[in-house]
Design a binder for this molecule. Structure first.
Ligand SMILES: [Cu+2]
Length: 63
């Protein structure tokens, strides 16, 4: 699946998005849309965070 991220926050805290469960991280330049490709291996919740886990989001993957 492809997710689209658009970082608007200049804080260095959010310069990367990290998918811990998938062992992946991606750079997020400011004001530039980034297409992130991930391959979830099972259904369930996948969380993504900044490097310090202050910002957090999640995806619900179904079969
Ligand atoms: Cu952070």
């Amino acid at each position: 699946m492809t997710l689209s991220f658009l970082r608007k926050d200049p804080s260095p805290c959010v310069e990367k998005v990290v998918f811990d469960e998938l062992n992946l991280s991606f750079d997020l330049p400011i004001n530039k849309k980034v297409a992130v490709k991930i391959k979830p291996e099972k259904a369930g919740e996948i969380t993504f965070t900044c490097q310090m886990k202050m910002y957090m989001g999640s995806l619900n993957v179904s079969d």
